[in-house]
Design a protein around this ligand. Structure first.
Ligand SMILES: [Zn+2]
Length: 79
């Protein structure tokens, strides 16, 4: 069984996990933890949304600066 003391270790892997750069063994271990741990699932979902938004906004050069700021400000408020 996993306990919450392990969360910090898994959280360190999450950005690599979302980048698809995590070794399969660690990836499977992280996914097993995510099934049990709602806290880490929330972190993964939040980070995934942030990355998707970042990719969308950074892929569109026509967006004015203020839109980026508002998007990220809203993310922090929603957290
Ligand atoms: Zn956790």
């Amino acid at each position: 069984m996993h306990n919450h003391n392990q969360c910090g270790d898994y959280l360190a892997y999450i950005s690599d996990y979302l980048d698809g750069e995590l070794p399969p063994e660690i990836c499977a271990s992280l996914e097993a933890h995510l099934r049990e741990c709602v806290n880490c699932r929330v972190v993964v979902n939040t980070m995934r949304k942030t990355i998707e938004l970042y990719q969308v906004t950074s892929g569109d050069e026509t967006l004015p600066e203020g839109v980026h700021t508002r998007l990220f400000a809203r993310l922090k408020l929603d957290d």
